[in-house]
Design a protein around this ligand. Sequence first.
Ligand SMILES: *Cc1c(COP(=O)(O)O)cnc(C)c1O
Length: 395
Amino acid sequence: MRSPTANPAEKLLFTPGPLTTSVTVRQAMLHDVGSWHFDFNDRVRFIREQLLSIAGLSRADGWEAVLLQGSGTYGVESVFATCIPPDGKVCVVTNGAYGERMIRILQHFQICHVALRSPESEPPDLHLLDERLTADPDITHIAAVHCETTTGLLNPIVELGRLSRRHGCVFVLDAMSSFGAVPIDFTESGIDVLISSANKCLEGVPGFSFVLARREMILANEKHARSLSLNLADQLRGFDKNGQFRFTPPTHTLLAFEQALKEFFVEGGVAARQQRYQANHAALIAGMRQLGFKPFLSPDVQGWIITAFHCPDDLRFRFTDFYQRLSEKGFIIYPGKLTDAETFRIANIGHLFEADIRALVAAVADVQHEMGFDASRIHQAANPLECFQAVPLLL
Ligand SMILES: *Cc1c(COP(=O)(O)O)cnc(C)c1O
């Protein structure tokens, strides 16, 4: 049985965004609004203020929420395009595909950088990072991913932030898939720049990303921006001037997001969302384990956003077939993105409740029965560790 709020005509998305949204969030989009209209500008201002309040930040202390058209990657790219001075050097702490994406962005902008890699199943080696930061005083920025959506691993942002501060660096955090559902204390974690987007834990529809940072941080390197459309400083100045986006805003997405924020606060904010997702996650792990599936991560690093499961090492299991059969029953899961293990992923974020998770697990049990595979047989691949790597400035 699916949750009473689920629309029986729609498949449920167990994906990390776009994700399942409430009917009321989708209904909020059924209006065409002029982007010059004062009412629309008020709504954009409401969204920017509420994003700061979720983060426990205020404009009085110099913080700004800058909205930017495009998906989350555009937000990350805008930060590197705008906030890194010409002589800056970024240390990317990575253990998954989204950390690697940061490196690719830096390569495109030809920004000097190094990478601290750890295996996809492990948090970063903080001791090694400390050593590297001591040995290389040219490093000005540390960039990391909070919830590495590749696996669902939660990286230790308080420790990373502390190291960053101790070495006088700017801490840039991709909190795309955690913001709104994992408590983030900007002061304790020393976060200088945070990036997230509309279609993750705040349960809006895709269309824009947002950056939370101090005004001075956004404007400091304005002259050196490496992109026009991704120029955060210019974007902020646009909001300053007339409350508007510089270029065509994603109007319908913004209307949906305004409604999503209202629902977020009615639910009880970050604590309530964390609680619901944790209950979803617990139901998912318990149900899948009972069917024999094994999570990729050990529980001490596993967050409550998304879970990677080992693909069964059984000829009767084929992911595309498994996916297709679940889809026909109304459940959309997510393929794996790991480099060194065969996995598939199930996210439990979005407008999903325990009843939806139980319905998914029941469907997985049916599909398992139809296909006849043994979920507990898994292929353990070796996990090669390559730590610090100087990354060449090549694409
Ligand atoms: C979703 C996500 C992004 C952004 O990906 P898009 O495809 O641009 O939406 C970036 N980082 C993380 C950790 C994410 O989960």
